[in-house]
Structures are given as structure tokens and as C-alpha cells.
Design a protein around this ligand. Sequence first.
Ligand SMILES: [Ca+2]
Length: 404
Amino acid sequence: MTTLWQTPARRALLAIPFLITGVALGQSNPVKLATQARFDLLASVSVGALTNGYILEGSGALERQTWLAAADQPRSYTANLSIFHFTWTELVARFTPTGSGTVELTLRGPWQHPPGGGAIYKQEVLWDALSAENTVVPNGSFETLQGVLPTGWSRPYGAAYATNDPLTAVDGARMARVWHDAPLTCTLTVTGGVPVTLRFFARAQTPVDFTDLARITNRHSAAHQAARRFMRGANLGNYLEAPPGQNWGAQYRTNDFAWIRAEGFDHVRLPIAWHHYTGPPPDYLLSPTIFTRADFLVTNALRHTPPGGSVTVSCGGGDDSAWLAVEDSGAGIPEADRDRVFERFYQSPGSSSRGSGLGLAIVKHIVVLHHGEISVSSEMGRGTTFRISIPPLGERKNESNQPS
Ligand SMILES: [Ca+2]
């Protein structure tokens, strides 16, 4: 069965190679590209609970440190936020301390085991340009050093450090380089009931020997085109698939098109059971190319039809051709313009929304390529009808193969 939405079958198989870098068991940590930055907050007992924690900028969650004792968890937050290796990501979080005192801020990387266990991945995260409202982050740009450690920051364990390579810092020359088992910690002084806002920039440190996936730069692949078509078009099935003389198909009203448009679709597609009018494939197969253009006629008709108007699509066929007619109840096309509507860049005078002016020219071009005809008839104030007729491919082929 040949219907309007059937285009040549295309299947895009996307192969995503899994990157496995130096998986090791035992003591050493396998490296992996970080996809999240993590920071932890822990208030002193005098501060009590941290409340109203949320992420203002960035993608991720601010949650309690569920590995602490239940009684201590309200004094804690832990944030895991999406980052990239090819650019810095700005992150902003806010929380409100219940009482006054100090809160420990710890910068680290994600906690993740390889499948099957073993040492956690070493996922390094770079941090820079930390600032805050209603508290002070000491040396938040990591520019001042004491040895390899940024002044004002401590290293509870591991080998975190400030670095000036290999990437460009957000601010100044240096940034912090940490991972889960090599964090940096500082102390914030907070006031009870006063919300604290923290701003960060974070970025994944690319592991040695990491091989980046090639960027997809071709936006016209079969997969892209299919995605665009399905995202922006609505498929009005089960209407013109009814055999001639039967009326079990779905019915659409003007409001349906208004709602379809309100949902974000910019065109409709109509499946048509052409075999009812021509004959079964392969002998009576119609070129699928023409059907991908027929929907333009419907979209065009809808564009020129005022609210409350109608667009009627009908089809039929005989021994030598199948036809499709799209009739709208719009303003009509002035007689002087009717010969010009198939010219490139033609815009009808009364058109409220501007198209490229190429659509009808392209439709005509394809119809002619398929040895078909397209015509327009119009009555001012009553509407316009476009009619396509094309001969079946297979039938034409059979004719050409017949001995003369
Ligand atoms: Ca810096």
C-alpha cells in the first residue's frame, strides 16, 4: 500500500563507541572524563540545619548527604551538576542557614565505581572564579598560593592543587584541580536566616589519552531530516486511506488545525491509500517523492485560509493518472497572478504570513519531473484549488516495455 507518509525506508544506525580508559583493579584508580562536578556543604552544629537549598544555574540536584547519620543530614547538602570538558559551565546554588556560624565548602569530583566494583574512577574537575553573596569565599579565584595549595583552602586528603595549565582560567591565571579523593575545602561564615548564594565555574579535566568523539557537523543527515519532519509535522492518518465510497476515516475541523499549530507543528501530512485509485504495487507504484510535496499544498492552503474557513483535500484516479486536489476557502488569487504562482519567490498579495516563495515552484518542478500536471483555479472571495495529477510509475514503465 502506498500512502503519503511512506518515503523510502531509511534507517540510521548510530554507533556510539564506548570509551574504556585504563580500567584497572586493586589500588590504582582508572581515569574517566567527568560529566558532573560535585561540591559538599556541611554546617557546624551551631548553625544547625541548612534549608531552602536549590540550584539557580546549572543542571543537577542539591540533596542531603545521605551517607551521614540521620541526625546530621539536615546540616548537609551535596550537589552534582553537569559539566563539560570543552567549555566552562557556570553554576549557582543558594541555601539558607538556620543559625549563625561556619559552613564547610568542599570541591570535589563525582563518586563512581566501574561496573563490577573496584577503585572509583578518577574524574578530575577544574574550578575557578568562585564568589558568594552574604558570605566570603577565601581566594575564590585560586590566584594566591601557599606552596601548591591555594591560600585559604585546605586539603583534607589526596593531592588537589592549584594549576595554571593546561586550560585558560575563567579569572586570572590559576584554577583548582580536584577529584573525589583529592578535594579542597574552605570555611564560610554565615548568618542565621540570611540566604547564601554561591557562584562557580567548573569544567571537566580531560584525562591523558582521552579520545574525543568526532563532532557531528552535518545537520542534513537522514536522521536529522527525519527528526525535523517528525518534530514539526503532524500526521493526519486514517482519513484518505478509506476506500472510495466509504467514510470510516477520521474527520478534522478547522479548530483541529488551530490546535495542531498551537502545539508547535508547522505542517500536516496526509496518508493516502493511492492503491484504491491506481492499483497495487509494484505495477502501479507511484513515486514517493511527489507525496512528500503534496503536504506543502495543504500547509499552503491553511496559511491562506482565515479562521473559520476550510481546507478540503480530495483524491481520485482513473486508468491513466491519480490526482490530488487541495481546496481552500481563502481570499483567492487575482486572475492576473494565477499564472505567476508557480514562479520562484512569488508572494500572494493578501498573504498574511510570508513563506519562502519557493514551495509552489518546487512542487511544480517535481510534478513535471514525474510527467504530471499541476493546475490552479481560483475565485476571488471564495477560495483556491490546486490540483495535481500524475501517471503511475509502474504503469508507464510497463507501457514503455511493451513491444511496439
Ligand atoms: Ca582563577
